[in-house]
Ligand binder design. Structure first.
Ligand SMILES: Cc1cc2nc3c(=O)[nH]c(=O)nc-3n(C[C@H](O)[C@H](O)[C@H](O)COP(=O)(O)O)c2cc1C
Length: 184
């Protein structure tokens, strides 16, 4: 292989795209997030990174919680809209016809139309540069029956998740292996 050196950049693609819902007092909002990830398994902790200029940044900081909703591909237009329109200017629940439903533990609402909703309590905020990383302890997970397998485990291939590939939206490809297959 012949490799060229490129300037440092975030460079890690593809990544999942999620809709994060949040609410502080009466102000609720939705933001599209691609900079999200798993940072710990036990306890389960997820991260989302948000620019301080986003309306959602203030809401999540005040609320102390948020919900990560996994959208299916049929919500692609809504995902894009929530990522180009600010809640400062428009009510994105109305604009996208997305429905708030009460969470079990946190104050922020979940999105009814997303098959998986992950309730998170904000446990730490790291100021990193362009983005602040919000670390959320998972306190409850909700999954629609349609995305569960026969044993009741989550089967994300059934959820039709959206993948973000440097400015483009992609779908999940086909299964090509199983964890640990190399030593079986
Ligand atoms: C696919 C996609 C992914 C995005 N990922 C992020 C992200 O990880 N962090 C961020 O701060 N903004 C991200 N954005 C931009 C925000 O979603 C966008 O600025 C949004 O309008 C902010 O909404 P708000 O002002 O209501 O919070 C993304 C946008 C798109 C379309």
């Amino acid at each position: 292989m012949s490799k060229l050196e490129l300037a440092p950049s975030e460079a890690l693609y593809p990544v999942p795209v999620v809709l994060v819902s949040c609410q502080a007092q009466d102000t609720a909002n939705i933001i599209t997030i691609a900079w999200c990830g798993v940072v710990c398994s036990k306890p389960p902790i997820l991260s989302i990174s948000i620019r301080p200029s986003r309306y959602s940044h203030k809401i999540i900081s005040q609320a102390g919680d948020f919900v990560i909703n996994i959208p299916s591909q049929d919500l692609l237009k809504e995902v894009d809209l929530c990522g180009v329109v600010s809640g400062r200017d428009k009510d994105k629940f109305e604009l996208c016809k997305l429905t708030k439903i009460g969470s079990s533990v946190v104050h922020s609402p979940m999105l009814k139309e997303c098959p998986v909703n992950i309730e998170c309590k904000l446990i730490n905020t790291l100021n990193l540069g362009t983005h602040d990383m919000f670390m959320g302890m998972v306190v409850k997970v909700h999954a629609d029956e349609s995305v569960l397998d026969e044993e009741g485990n989550m089967d994300y291939s059934k959820a039709g998740p959206i993948v973000y590939n440097r400015g483009e939206y992609w779908s999940l490809g086909k299964k090509i292996g199983q964890h640990g297959f190399s030593v079986k």
